[in-house]
Design a protein around this ligand. Structure first.
Ligand code: NAP
Length: 283
């Protein structure tokens, strides 16, 4: 094991068990660690990251003084009520589960896309507790939304534990696992849909004669402001849309062009097709 800031391996001091071991110090794993520390969920020294890449460990150690770093899951370093977050790519999940089993770790929150709780359970020790989550990329800046589902042995205390972790990087909803493919198609893939909308609108602004920089600023702020209006007023999208649509006005003309090109049905197809794709990949 490696302690951040130390040039050589150091033994963990007796009694210094960590509360959470994040397996995979990539984009999501490191965003979680930063979120947990800034939300005061834990201090850096109460968190460990398992990351095989020396360079990544070095970066993480430099970012969080005291963070405990390992190149494989440690035995006997986890507090009794602790657990691990599985934050590796799907193709690395089976071997990461085997190493968790070897380390005697049997409470796991998995954020691995498309990997069913049953598959994770079968890679861990008999009776292990698994909570599966489907987060999304805005989690990287603490503005994500995730759905969580408990596996066979997950109790409500385990869902509370998982929710408390993911709440450090965004909002959390609880759903039966059968809905996670729909969550993947909606909020998992959703940022990409909005990026496509942003890209198209920026290009449209350029076509209408604005510079790319100005067009980008106008589009990004419009997206942000519209999202905040939706979230903060609690009004429905229809109400907010009609409030800016005066009869025979410019917005009505723009909306008519979108309706003529079946934008609603394009979004419907996008979400349903992505949901189906998630189902296929999970089997
Ligand atoms: N990014 C997102 O917004 C997002 C959204 C929803 C779900 N997810 C899910 O989150 C998971 C992580 O995604 P990510 O974007 O954070 O991926 P990532 O940046 O590639 O991070 C994965 C990290 O895990 C390390 N790793 C590989 N094998 C390992 C092992 N056996 N034990 C410990 N660490 C290991 C990798 O190291 P090496 O590079 O050396 O292999 C890498 O640093 C994925 O399953 C993805 O489906 C991500």
């Amino acid at each position: 094991m490696f302690k951040s800031g130390a040039a050589t391996s150091l033994p963990v001091a007796f009694g210094m068990a960590v509360r959470l071991i994040v397996v995979g110090g990539g984009k999501m794993g490191s965003a979680l660690v930063s979120g947990l520390i800034s939300a005061n969920w834990a201090e850096a020294r109460e968190l460990a990251v398992v990351e095989p890449d020396d360079g990544r460990r070095e970066v993480l150690g430099a970012q969080h003084d005291g963070l405990v770093l390992f190149d494989s899951p440690p035995r006997d370093q986890l507090a009794d009520d602790g657990g691990a977050v599985l934050a590796v790519k799907p193709e690395a999940a089976a071997s990461a589960c085997r190493s968790l089993q070897a380390a005697g770790i049997n409470r796991v929150l998995s954020i691995v896309a498309g990997l069913a709780t049953q598959r994770i359970e079968s890679g861990l020790a008999e009776g292990s507790i698994v909570v599966r989550a489907m987060p999304n990329t805005p989690a990287l800046i603490g503005a994500g939304v995730a759905a969580i589902s408990g596996g066979t042995n997950a109790r409500s205390i385990d869902l509370d534990w998982a929710e408390s972790i993911l709440a450090a990087v965004g909002k959390v909803v609880r759903l039966p696992e059968r809905h996670l493919d729909a969550v993947t198609g909606l909020s998992g893939s959703g940022p990409a849909y909005f990026f496509l909308v942003a890209e198209s609108m920026i290009e449209a602004g350029v076509s209408a004669g604005l510079t790319r920089d100005v067009s980008r600023t106008l589009v990004v702020e419009t997206l942000l402001g519209s999202a905040r209006l939706l979230a903060e007023t609690g009004e429905s999208p229809e109400e907010l849309r009609s409030a800016v649509t005066s009869p025979g006005g410019t917005t009505a003309a723009g909306l008519r062009a979108l309706e003529q090109r079946a934008v609603r049905s394009a979004f419907l197809e996008a979400v349903l097709t992505a949901t189906e794709r998630s189902r296929q990949l999970g089997h």
